[in-house]
Design a protein around this ligand. Structure first.
Ligand SMILES: C[S@@+](CC[C@H](N)C(=O)[O-])C[C@H]1O[C@@H](n2cnc3c(N)ncnc32)[C@H](O)[C@@H]1O
Length: 207
């Protein structure tokens, strides 16, 4: 996937940006209070430090910043990072964008830990080994009690497109996390075969 994204960013072709257009609407539902299995509720997280993994051209990072989060965005594409910086600058938002591989992030490279981690379409395109690396590294940079919002297509072979992830897959892989909610994602902006990819948002809380 890395080569494909790199080439698309270089050409300025970013069709997935369409799915981000409704993020400001989805945000409240994604972080609404959620029931705990043994009673009580997971509260809506208050703005603190947020990390946008595979941030692309930075629109979702900007939305988080507008909502009061102190945001760091990470993407492996230098073209994506350049565009994200310019998007934030034009919006007058102070966001830190770093070029890095999401499967290697660490408190050393990011120089801090996070209360909220957003992954809108990066994890579900990684292969099995890189997903395992990702979980270990993302766990290390997330505060206990911190939240991860993960967007994923349903599982399926799609050639060069992301192979997706099921709820069971996410629950098995994310050791040290509790799956708090599993919500339908807006598929109205997806095109072609992706219209039927059953996209979901998984909300996890770090134990
Ligand atoms: C489908 S796009 C989503 C972009 C953005 N989150 C959005 O919603 O508009 C996936 C992004 O993840 C980035 N990406 C893929 N694999 C990555 C990796 N291993 N490390 C860092 N970024 C990665 C790609 O460059 C691309 O910008």
């Amino acid at each position: 996937m890395g080569f494909v994204y790199g080439a698309l960013h270089r050409l300025g072709v970013t069709p997935w940006m369409q799915t981000g257009r409704t993020f400001h609407i989805e945000y409240d539902a994604l972080l609404a209070p959620a029931e705990r299995p043994l009673g009580g509720a997971y509260r809506t997280p208050l703005p603190g430090a947020a990390l946008d993994l595979g941030c692309g051209t930075g629109e979702r990072a900007c939305e988080l910043a507008r909502r009061g989060w102190s945001v760091t965005g990470v993407d492996e594409s230098q073209y994506a990072i350049a565009r994200a910086r310019s998007t934030a600058a034009q919006a007058g938002l102070d966001i830190r964008f770093l070029r890095d591989d999401v499967t290697h992030v660490s408190t050393r490279t990011l120089a801090r830990t996070f209360d909220l981690v957003l992954d809108a379409g990066c994890f579900h395109g990684l292969d099995a080994q890189r997903r395992r690396d990702y979980v270990g590294h993302v766990t290390d940079v997330t505060e206990p009690g911190g939240t991860l919002l993960l967007f994923a297509f349903g599982p399926g072979y799609r050639g060069p497109l992301p192979s997706g992830a099921s709820r069971m897959h996410v629950e098995r892989l994310f050791h040290g996390w509790t799956l708090v909610a599993d919500l339908d994602a807006d598929s109205s902006t997806l095109i072609g075969p992706l219209k039927h990819s059953d996209p979901r948002w998984f909300r996890l809380v770090r134990d």
